[in-house]
Design a protein around this ligand. Structure first.
Ligand SMILES: Cc1cc2nc3c(=O)[nH]c(=O)nc-3n(C[C@H](O)[C@H](O)[C@H](O)COP(=O)(O)OP(=O)(O)OC[C@H]3O[C@@H](n4cnc5c(N)ncnc54)[C@H](O)[C@@H]3O)c2cc1C
Length: 498
């Protein structure tokens, strides 16, 4: 097994996309099989050496930044083992270190899709499972969790478990028993909190009545075990996709459009109708975002108060009727139809995706020019609270006179507020405002992280969401799987809870 210890060789493993400083580790190990992962962990437990699991390092909450011990890199678990096409979809088995973009390409070549689509496709499959990643298409398909059929997980004790969805469930009293290959078993009590009733949630361990054991590991951010191999569900590639970037001169109309588009989509899915308005993505740009984008896209209308990017899957038979249904909905909500853009072919669709992805890039460039770090939220709230939350964001930010843009997954009531400080003083004010947003989101039943996870950077906010006792329950759960507390130390909750 490859082991690297020279500083210049391991430097890139001491950080991730969060820019968190101060990471350090003695060495990085590169296991090439699930058994080697288990062996590394068993030894680390015996010697009480902390282990931080590294995927591709695109995480933005400091989850893979090590503070001591060793880094276990998953990059050599990079084999796509099987992609199987069935009558209506398919499945695949791949190592945790397969790059998501490579996996998506391989699956596409077989006429299939893997819906989870975080914006940054250089992440690894295992990283997306460990963070329960999601993206624009999550509005229709849900997060990574919904596509996981089986996980091979190496536990800190050196045991290797194969968890198939449906095979192990918690009982009605919240007790979970996972048999191990050596005849022993892990028995633990689930934490007693209830997760927020938001459409997306990536804050702390997944806990639900009668839950499947596999769900505990999805989103556990490298604290309960190392995901070595993943089996996922795949879907048949849609025949066509209709997309649009539609502008509104009034935010009230825009929100009305989103409400109707969401309600129709949910209705179509509930009725299991094959034809009907059913958005795959509903993404928001506020007026400030459009102002920013206008410097590159002169065709963004001057009187636009906001825009929505939407996608709908179609077939040759349904394309026309669905186009008509979307136009009717847009007209009813006073969209600026003459100024809006629509695409049914791959080339135009790519241009629209490019428009959507350009915004965070422009924001990052602006921030770099000002030598600051952006302060970016990841909260989601229940449907009925979204309009109030958006108003609160805007009123607070306008009063502060800080520069900001708001964009993101409005279909799931999950937008990212990006505050862009120009000076240290503004950065401090931005962080204070972030805390106000957290408190407000929690007070209306929201979650503090809908997709990026907690890592090391958002632990204090998790305490606001769940409180001390529930953090202790999470730590107790962790100890059942990781008695020497070697794995992912400092992720989700501070080490003092262990
Ligand atoms: C520009 C940009 C855009 C992004 N957009 C999105 C988005 O739209 N949606 C979204 O959800 N996220 C997004 N992210 C965040 C990030 O891409 C995801 O969280 C991704 O899933 C992380 O994968 P990774 O392989 O890079 O993991 P890493 O960053 O290496 O690790 C993330 C966490 O998972 C743990 N981990 C990694 N692999 C394993 C494993 N095999 N077993 C156990 N634990 C493991 C690590 O210890 C760490 O705690 C974005 C990030 C960037 C930089």
């Amino acid at each position: 097994m490859l082991i690297k210890a020279q500083m210049d060789e391991i430097q890139s493993f001491l950080a991730d996309a969060s820019n968190m400083q101060g990471g350090h580790a003695a060495r990085v190990v590169f296991p090439e099989s699930a058994q080697e992962v288990a062996d590394v962990l068993g030894e680390a437990t015996r010697e009480r050496v902390p282990v931080t699991v590294a995927g591709a390092g695109t995480g933005i909450v400091g989850g893979r930044v090590p503070f001591g011990g060793v880094v276990l890199a998953t990059s050599r678990l990079n084999q796509i083992k099987e992609i199987v096409r069935e009558a209506d979809g398919g499945w695949a088995i791949a190592g945790a270190g397969v790059v998501l973009a490579d996996f998506q390409r391989a699956v596409n070549e077989k006429g299939l899709i893997y819906p989870p689509d975080p914006t940054e496709w250089s992440c690894y499959l295992g990283g997306t499972v460990a963070t329960n990643a999601s993206g624009a298409r999550t509005f229709k398909y849900g997060p990574t969790r919904n596509f996981i059929r089986r996980l091979k997980v190496a536990l800190a004790t050196g045991d290797l478990v194969d968890l198939r969805r449906g095979s192990i469930k918690a009982d009605e009293n919240g007790l979970l028993r996972i048999p191990l290959p050596n005849g022993r078993s892990i028995e633990t009590e689930l934490p007693s909190y209830r997760m927020p009733k938001t459409r997306k949630h990536a804050s702390g361990y997944y806990v639900a009545r009668g839950m499947d054991a596999i769900d505990l590991f999805i989103g556990s951010e490298g604290t309960l075990g190392v995901i070595a191999e993943v089996e996922v569900k795949l879907l048949a590639k849609p025949e066509g996709v209709l997309s649009g970037v539609v502008f509104f001169s009034s935010e009230k109309d825009l929100l009305g459009f989103v409400r109707e588009a969401r309600a129709s989509s949910l209705q179509t899915r509930e009725d299991k109708k094959s034809v009907g308005l059913d958005a795959r993505a509903l993404e928001f740009f506020d007026a400030e975002s459009l102002r920013f984008l206008r410097s590159h896209y002169a065709q963004v209308p001057m009187d636009a108060a906001g825009a929505i990017f939407f996608e709908q899957e179609t077939t040759q038979i349904t394309e026309e009727s669905l186009q008509a249904a979307w136009l009717e909905l847009l007209e009813r909500n006073n969209a600026l139809l003459d100024d809006s853009w629509f695409a049914t072919n791959e080339h135009d669709r790519r241009e629209m995706s490019e428009f959507r992805h350009r915004l965070p890039v422009l924001v990052n460039e602006w921030i770099a020019r000002h030598n600051q770090r952006k302060v970016s939220t990841d909260m989601a709230v229940p449907d009925e609270e979204f309009a109030g939350m958006l108003k609160f964001y805007k009123e607070t930010l306008r009063a502060s006179q800080l520069k900001y843009v708001i964009f993101g997954h409005i279909g799931d009531n999950h937008v990212h507020v990006n505050i862009m400080p120009r000076t240290e003083e503004e950065a401090a004010r931005a962080r204070e405002i972030y805390t106000q947003f957290v408190k407000r989101a929690v007070s209306v039943g929201g979650t503090i992280s809908a997709e990026h996870g907690i890592g090391k950077l958002k632990r204090d906010y998790l305490r606001v969401l769940y409180g001390e006792n529930h953090l202790r329950e999470m730590a107790r759960l962790k100890r059942a799987f990781d008695p020497a507390c070697i794995l992912g130390r400092g992720n989700i909750f501070a080490e003092e809870y262990l």
